[in-house]
Design a binder for this molecule. Structure first.
Ligand code: BGC
Length: 546
């Protein structure tokens, strides 16, 4: 079976195999007479079985790395089917990366997940200098991100209008306009906007593209197959605050651009937040499927830092480069480390069968995967996570453990990082968030082990994917490795310190003896609010030039 075809059956095959293994362990254990000692043994055997399934060893990681690089190579040649089962490797047309000399002021709108941000930035007064930067964060109600596309874009436009009005009060000439309609203004005087739209978009130019599919629980109608820039522009017209949307980009590209503004070694942008994804800078010579945008590049070589000489007459050469939005959340392989609970989580998601890698990695799913595993543990070991009946210690499984979404990734990180005496914090969380009555130390330890395994699996897979990218670009084979910065953003990376340490350890372990030579040249940095800031910088660069 070809690896890409094999990917399609990965979930089912693994889940069935894993379920059978787990059932055997349980059957053997549950045949024994009950008792505290047996419960302890059963629990540790059960946790060991999960560890075996969730934490990939060197062999499995090697196969995953091979499949990952194969999907990169295939995706650079042709457009893969948009089935959520392989990386899309989308060219972004961001061919001119910031270098810190960009100037001017503009706005950014960043729709990344169930929260979105609006930002106003003024750049200039020196290389890499940011004069002012103000941000507002707004939460999207569920009925908006699962409703109609029009409602979604109206909501975004209304929020943006309020934000812009605060900074640039509408001028008097608006007084004569019909309600909801702005008087026509010359395009040059419209507020400039960078639009970070963190979903899979097939771009046709820097400022246009079509949405290929929703992820992260979004299901708004009438948007897939349409241009988010057109939809936003129409909504901004409707609310009477037209803007000039100068750049459309994925959040990974925003993070890459934002860090590149400060540090020219930045080659990769990664998001580990509600969703997950990466982009990297690729030479056009390796991007067989690339077609130039309608307009020729403003300056000869773009994303690559050295100037190019035109060989095509349009300014593009094999050495020119562009940022590739990989959509790595859609990576799939027969070798993914899955347990039966992953299949159940996938089936209950808004996009079943798609973006499996994202479901193993990202903040939207980490807590839920742990909850599902703990629910199985609770069913197998009645009494461990019991609910209280009338304040007493009843034997039924605590309701929170059987309720989707009750264990958030923020709770998961608090459990993993719990250093309190007797795991007091974890016991309180089990009681408060999941309704477990009088959680024992044994229950708290089990919860910590499960949460840690789920987080570690994510970190191992991010490390595998990152190293596969760096192998693909040739960096890890360089005799004298150049400096590479990987810019990260997203709540999991930013707020989960133990996760960052797990990622660092996973990288070293996976590199093995090469770690000593390579790790000093690899810098992982948090680019806080990078996606939003990157959108503003790219829009400023597009409009004001350098
Ligand atoms: C989207 C990507 C995005 C990532 C991180 C995924 O669900 O498909 O486009 O970059 O989330 O926000």
């Amino acid at each position: 079976m070809a690896p890409s075809t094999a990917a399609a059956t990965a979930t089912t095959a693994l889940a069935v195999g894993a379920a059978a293994g787990l059932a055997l362990v349980l059957a053997r254990l549950l045949r024994r007479p009950a008792g505290r000692q047996q419960d302890e043994e059963a629990l540790s055997a059960l946790l060991a079985a999960y560890r075996e399934q969730l934490i990939p060893g060197a062999d499995r990681l090697g196969r995953l790395n091979d499949d990952f690089r194969l999907q990169i190579a295939e995706g650079l040649v042709t457009d893969p089917p948009v089935d959520g089962k392989r990386m899309l490797m989308l060219p972004t047309y961001v061919t001119r990366m910031p270098d810190g000399t960009e100037q001017g002021g503009c706005y950014a709108l960043d729709l990344g997940g169930t929260n979105f941000r609006v930002m106003r930035v003024r750049l200039g007064d020196g290389k890499g200098h940011v004069h002012t930067c103000e941000v507002d964060e707004v939460s999207l109600p569920k009925e908006v991100y699962t409703g109609s596309g029009n409602d979604l874009f109206d909501f975004l436009a209304t929020t943006l209008k309020r934000f812009i009005d605060r900074h640039e009060p509408p001028s008097d000439d608006a007084a004569g306009a019909a309600p909801g309609e702005a008087p026509p203004r010359p395009p040059a005087s419209l507020p400039v906007l960078g639009f970070c739209f963190s979903f899979a978009i097939k771009q046709t130019a820097l400022d246009s593209g079509v949405l290929l599919d929703w992820t992260k629980g979004f299901t708004c109608s009438g948007v897939v197959g349409h241009d988010p820039v057109a939809l936003l522009s129409q909504a901004l017209q409707r609310v009477g605050r037209p803007c000039r949307v100068a750049a459309l980009l994925n959040d990974t590209v925003g993070v890459l651009a934002a860090q590149r503004y400060l540090d020219s070694d930045t080659q990769v942008g990664v998001i580990i937040g509600t969703g997950t994804n990466a982009c990297y800078v690729e030479k056009l010579g390796y991007l067989a499927k690339w077609t130039p945008p309608c307009t020729a590049p403003a300056a000869a070589n773009p994303a690559a830092s050295s100037p190019s000489t035109s060989s095509s007459g349009r300014g593009w050469t094999a050495e020119s480069a562009t940022a590739i939005n990989m959509e790595w959340g859609a990576f799939s392989s027969l070798h993914l480390p899955l347990c039966p609970e992953d299949a159940a989580l996938d089936a209950a998601s808004a996009n079943p069968g798609k973006y499996l890698f994202e479901k193993l990695l990202s903040g939207m799913f980490l807590g839920e995967a742990a909850r599902r595993i703990l629910a199985t543990v609770a069913q197998q070991l009645p009494g461990l996570f019991a609910c209280g009946r009338n304040g007493g210690g009843g034997s039924g499984v605590a309701a929170g453990l059987t309720t989707s979404g009750s264990l958030t990734s923020a709770t998961l990180s608090a459990v993993v990082e719990d250093r309190s005496l007797g795991l007091r914090t974890t016991r309180q969380l089990l009681q408060r968030e999941l309704g477990v009555a009088h959680p024992s130390l044994q229950a708290a330890r089990a919860a910590r082990d499960v949460c840690t395994m789920v987080a570690q699996r994510s970190a191992e897979l991010v490390a595998m994917a990152l190293l596969a990218i760096l192998e693909h670009t040739g960096w890890s084979r360089e005799a004298v490795p150049s400096r590479v910065t990987v810019a990260f953003d997203g709540g999991v990376y930013e707020r989960f310190g133990a996760y960052r340490r797990m990622l660092d350890e996973a990288l070293r372990r996976q590199l093995g003896p090469r770690a000593e030579r390579l790790m000093p040249h690899l810098r992982l940095v948090l680019t806080h609010d990078g996606s939003c800031f990157g959108a503003a910088v790219l829009a400023a660069a597009a409009v004001h030039g350098q």
